[in-house]
Ligand binder design. Structure first.
Ligand code: PEP
Ligand code: MN
Length: 339
């Protein structure tokens, strides 16, 4: 339910309503409106009618049901776009966030070289996996904590905030110690225990859409994080599985306008996993921005041919620099900025 407070509601009246919501077994979430305060009351769907009684409390204007199944993620609850700040850098709003780096953190040299080059080219986040969700248990699984330490060193040297994946609820604290943004990979989008743990953190979460997740399911997964109290969720489309085999996945760019309509959360696009081929990345990056994406995640490797993972879709640093150069004017043309 949404509790709309009157524009003249006092702080004490707001507090009393929040206390009552909690007494009824629901979680109050304050939402800052332009003219008035709105309080979202979320929790067990059964018995939500009890919240209707709040209508008689002082300072309450109305109590309305939230029609969408995803409550806190919906535009119904918050019309204004959310801007997530990670390491002081915004994701959402006018600026386009550029996250670039290798699929896997492989070595000191590989990561630091890439970090410096992507920064020089204009990226404002460094990505790199230390825990890798590989299809085969015999493939490289990541450097784990040693990889996180290298990411930390790269951040210290370049100043770029870090994005890295967390695969397991047991590793949430460890990964959180090193990173600025916790990435949930496509394969974990419905790992609800992991999402709930991440919801308790005070750190931005980059939630990737699963290869077989509908937009509604994707938003329900975001809701798991939001409902635990963490409002800093960034959505990432990375391609879904269809009958097409020419590309690794089918990049669903139409999800951008759909998500923009349904949710206030920022949405970024990963054309690297979305296509699986480095030479398709530039056109899809451009198309993503044209469709209204708030950022891009792009895999870059100094020597893609010898990459431990995802070499075929990784750009060489000089190709990435060219892509950034070509995107600059286009981003401006679309009324966005590149900080
Ligand atoms: C990745 O970002 O390297 C990754 C494994 O992505 P996804 O979860 O989208 O496959
Ligand atoms: Mn990858």
């Amino acid at each position: 339910m949404i509790i709309v407070m009157s524009p003249h509601a006092t702080a004490a009246e707001i507090k009393a309503v929040e206390t009552k919501i909690a007494e009824l077994g629901y979680k109050p979430h304050e939402i800052e409106g332009v003219e008035r305060k709105v309080i979202g009351a979320v929790g067990d769907e059964r018995g939500k009618d009890r919240l209707q009684s709040l209508e008689s409390m002082a300072g309450v204007e109305s109590v309305l049901p939230i029609l969408k199944p995803y409550k806190l993620a919906s535009r119904e609850v918050q019309a204004k776009d959310t801007i997530v700040y990670a390491g002081g850098v915004p994701i959402g709003g006018k600026p386009i966030a550029i996250m670039a780096g290798p699929c896997s953190v492989e070595s000191h040299d590989q990561l630091l070289t890439t970090a410096h080059l992507v920064k020089k080219a204009g990226a404002n986040f460094l990505r790199g996996g230390a825990f890798k969700p590989r299809t085969s248990p015999y493939s490289f699984q990541g450097l784990e904590e040693d990889g996180l330490k290298l990411l930390d060193e790269a951040r210290k040297e370049t100043g770029l905030p870090i994005v890295t994946e967390v695969m397991n609820p047991r590793e949430v604290d460890l990964v959180a110690r090193y990173t600025d943004i916790m990435q949930v990979g496509a394969r974990n989008v419905q790992n609800f225990s992991l999402l709930k743990e991440l919801g308790k953190l005070k750190k931005p979460i980059l939630l990737k859409r699963g290869m077989m997740t509908t937009i509604k399911e994707f938003l329900m997964s975001a809701e798991y994080i939001l409902s635990e109290g963490n409002r800093d969720v960034v959505l990432c489309e990375r391609g879904i599985r269809t009958f097409e085999t020419a590309t690794r996945n089918t990049l669903d760019l139409s999800c951008i306008p759909v998500l923009k309509k349904e949710t206030h959360l920022p949405i970024i696009i990963d054309p690297s996993h979305g296509t699986g081929h480095w030479d398709l990345v530039e056109s899809m990056a451009r198309a993503s921005i044209a469709a209204g994406a708030d950022g891009l995640m792009i895999e870059v490797h100094p020597d893609p041919a010898s990459a431990f993972s995802d070499g075929p879709q990784s750009l060489k640093p000089e190709k990435f620099a060219k892509l950034m150069e070509s995107l600059k004017g286009f981003i401006k043309l679309m009324g966005r900025t590149l900080d």
